[in-house]
Design a protein around this ligand. Sequence first.
Ligand SMILES: Cc1cc2nc3c(=O)[nH]c(=O)nc-3n(C[C@H](O)[C@H](O)[C@H](O)COP(=O)(O)OP(=O)(O)OC[C@H]3O[C@@H](n4cnc5c(N)ncnc54)[C@H](O)[C@@H]3O)c2cc1C
Length: 553
Amino acid sequence: VKNEFDVVIVGGGASGLFAAIPLIRSGYSVAIVEKGRWRESSPYDNDELYTYVDQREWPDPAREFSVVDFGDASSLTTHRMGQSYGYVGGGTITYAGVSERFRLADFVKRTSHGDIDDANTADWPVGFYDELEPYYAIAEGLLGVSGDSSLDPTAPPRSNKLFPPLAYHEINLQMISAAKSLGWNPYPVPLAISSVYNPATHRTWCVSSGLCSGYRCIWNSKGSADTIFRSQVEGAANYKIFTNHVALKIETCFEGASVSAVRILNRQTRAVSTLAARRVLLAAGGVLSPSLLLRSKDRFHPDGLSNGNDLVGRNLMFHIEGQKGAYFKGDFAREKFNNVKKVMVADHYFGNDRSSSNHVTIQAGTKTGPIRFAIKKQGWGLDYLRDMYANYMNHYEFQVMVEDLPRECNRVTLDETRLDVDGLACSKITHRYHPMDGLALIDAFDLADRWIRQMNGTAVTNPEAALLQWKSAGCRTPPPWIPVGFHLMGTLRMGTDPLTSVIDRDCQSHSVKGLFVVDSSVFPTSAGVNPTLTLQANALRVADKIIQSDGKR
Ligand SMILES: Cc1cc2nc3c(=O)[nH]c(=O)nc-3n(C[C@H](O)[C@H](O)[C@H](O)COP(=O)(O)OP(=O)(O)OC[C@H]3O[C@@H](n4cnc5c(N)ncnc54)[C@H](O)[C@@H]3O)c2cc1C
């Protein structure tokens, strides 16, 4: 086998596969190195116990893990956080498909907020939204995003139209009318879930199974990156996906000035080989991409590639996501099962007096699966069963999504004392929330509460006590119920100044030629909405820049 390619992409997930599409279509020879295998549909895909509760298809956290340090001794544990779903398609196989554009204000955070004590906010490069906009439109077309941004007063300008929103359920209509009576502007959550047939990717429309977040969509209505990739490169012979291979190290030439190759390990045979390339695109995610750069130290880069200023791994951001469940009145028993977030508000995106530094949205309408509901509810006997029957269909959840401010002390390093299944030092995640993050979360929960009360709902999960305790402890260590770690951003910051950023505007390293980053590690700020659409649009943009710079377009 001739192991020489124009481009090697590390990571075959959301960003890696999107970057690969234009490169392959422009005739580049492309190698994609992916730890996992292809994940075909299985008979268990819709089985809540097997797929969601036991997470049997996820990589084993005893073999692939990070160490997390949230600030108190008890939180220094091994964790799945930072590790991807680990198949071709990465996180998008099981993701919920929420596909929001960042708002214009997200790109100028430093200018609009000035210095925030103890935070390290930054602007994105000047004019970034205008440059990204056409790629947002292409990404939305591939993903088949359904929605209607004209109803959202905070939406940035767009050059395209989305597919029509998915059909509403009775509960969604109640949500909309309550939000309107509060003076808010509810709008359909933009979802990478087709409401109509999408001819660009041959994907069919949603049958409303409700099995989206946490599940593989067996109907192929969800825009998982693997199915989209296959539809776009069908018949092409100029690429190869090295599945079940892990990238060990990026190698350089010309005294460390340029990339030259990627060393990879075949996880089945344990054979190590080298893929030579003039360009390497990192797409392993916000924790594993910086880890690979730290691991790639050599004579010319003793602290890791592109790490001359000790910035690799810093400014790690999650989103603070919190759920609030409630019971609602209405006859939902005859409705189709429905656990998709379909209605959201961004009216408080720019915050209020107390927490205006963090951007916030509320996404409403998910429903926990029946098995998880039963486990959470607990009880025994006939009363318990009656309660289950009476309440399950009337239970819905509201999710708040709060921006995490960047801080230099929040970072990814390597823990050389703990090796994973591939014999690699595991990633260590150190993270303390900024006190403003905590206030913003508390405010966001207050808003969710107002929305629920306006619908005459009865909140069941009541995080207030835990939140107050958290507030008095300075809002640093996250309360245990906050799921962190699905959205990983910031660890290889993009910027024009090599002293304060790792990569340049085109997402190429300031110091190592041919080294690019296309995942959300590059984000200078995290915004108050989900990141995947933005990272995929940016991956398309970076690939196009490469094609243009070679005069191939
Ligand atoms: C349950 C769930 C719901 C979610 N819902 C949403 C949502 O609604 N909206 C949204 O925007 N986001 C959502 N996300 C997050 C979304 O999945 C991620 O933002 C997205 O997948 C990140 O893309 P990526 O390319 O950076 O990483 P990934 O998609 O994770 O891909 C990285 C790939 O790199 C591979 N890899 C890593 N290291 C190596 C190595 N050294 N060698 C070889 N391969 C390697 C991994 O196996 C993986 O396949 C959700 C995630 C989960 C888990």
